[in-house]
Design a protein around this ligand. Structure first.
Ligand SMILES: C[S@@+](CC[C@H](N)C(=O)[O-])C[C@H]1O[C@@H](n2cnc3c(N)ncnc32)[C@H](O)[C@@H]1O
Length: 346
């Protein structure tokens, strides 16, 4: 919340992705029937906002020819996902209903009971998923540790709580992590769907990757954190081990910390520096940019700078449109702010 700046009391959209996270134990999960409406989406323009087109075409059937991606074997990351056609920034890549949804802790026996309530076909699919934790034979909890997401879109990373609801998806589980991701997730609370959007334009044949954790830190810190998720990151950024990249990400981390304390005027300059660093680093994550723009909007509002406030609000709304789509509550709220700020600016 940015209320202490006297700016909008709207919850601040943050850059925290819904990440597959290790959960120690499990409580009774609920089996969620797999929606027959799971849709796979490919490209076609139906709308255009500002300089960044927002595009989607929805296929109502779940079949291969409706998809814009394919699951393939990768060299060093097991299975992964590649684009089977060029994608545009802000394009909905896929959305999926969870196969399992449970309150995320404590009882493996109950997890097993719940798993057994799933139709056999789904049980078999679930056993095919990666298990990065078990030594020898796969276990259900190992699969859940490796592939589940936290349900919902918490406002702050600190909100992450092991009791939170967890969700597991059969298809989306195949998206690998990258510290230079080109896709990001959005939670659709209305239907419990997880959606994946292209964070930038993507070429045919490119790997489609999410980020399982905040990637705005130097390589060694990223690697250490990812080890707790059971693997050593082999993404392009980690393989490159570039000293300048580490310096940029170190500075991002520093700026994000400073932003919590800073005076508004200095804060807007820091947001701009952060966005410039994202550009230099090729870090296209729309959630990060949306959060930064919203922060600058709030601070510009507090400073009474209506022209800047209108510019930042429009930017935040546009990023939200691209990483959440037009119906998401954050997009609606940010669009309202953008309209109000534009009116004030005349
Ligand atoms: C959610 S699964 C992703 C799909 C998985 N590759 C598969 O074969 O089903 C997460 C697992 O994929 C692998 N993985 C994902 N991103 C990776 C990366 N950047 N580097 C190395 N392994 C990765 C790790 O084994 C990790 O535990």
């Amino acid at each position: 919340m940015l209320t202490r700046h006297g700016a909008p009391s709207t919850p601040l959209p943050t850059g925290r992705p819904a990440t597959p996270t290790q959960v120690a134990l499990f409580r009774r999960p609920r089996a969620v029937p797999r929606a027959s409406t799971v849709s796979f989406v490919s490209a076609a323009a139906v709308g255009c906002v500002g300089h960044r087109p927002w595009r989607r075409r929805q296929s109502s059937q779940r079949h291969a020819e409706g998809r814009c991606y394919q699951v393939v074997s990768t060299e060093s990351q097991g299975l992964g996902v590649v684009a089977t056609e060029p994608l545009l920034a802000g394009q909905l890549v896929t959305e999926e209903a969870p196969a399992l949804r449970w309150s995320g802790a404590e009882d493996e026996v109950e997890l097993k009971e719940c798993f057994e309530e799933l139709p056999v076909e789904q049980q078999q699919e679930l056993w095919q998923l990666e298990d990065a934790f078990s030594v020898g034979a796969k276990t259900l909890s190992g699969i859940a540790f490796t592939n589940s997401f936290q349900a919902g879109e918490p406002l702050n990373p600190q909100d992450l709580d092991l009791d939170d609801e967890r969700v597991l998806y059969l298809e989306i589980s195949r998206f690998n992590h990258s510290c230079l991701p080109n896709c990001e997730v959005s939670w659709d609370d209305r239907e419990g769907l997880l959606q994946i959007y292209a964070g930038r334009d993507v070429a045919l044949g490119e790997d489609l990757c999410l980020y399982y954790q905040d990637v705005r830190m130097p390589r060694l810190s990223r690697q250490e954190k990812l080890k707790s998720l059971g693997f050593t990151c082999a993404c392009r950024a980690c393989r490159a081990a570039d000293r300048r990249s580490d310096q940029r990400r170190q500075r991002m981390q520093q700026l994000l910390g400073e932003m919590e304390e800073v005076e508004e005027e200095e804060g807007v300059a820091k947001v701009q520096e952060l966005l410039d660093l994202y550009d230099e680093e090729g870090l296209t994550v729309l959630h990060y940019r949306k959060a930064a723009a919203f922060k600058a909007y709030a601070m510009s509002t507090a400073l009474g700078n209506v022209a800047d406030a209108a510019k930042w609000a429009e930017m935040a709304a546009e990023y939200s449109l691209q990483c959440h789509g037009p119906l998401h509550p954050q997009t609606k709220v940010l669009s309202r702010h953008a309209r109000r700020a534009a009116d004030l600016n005349g």
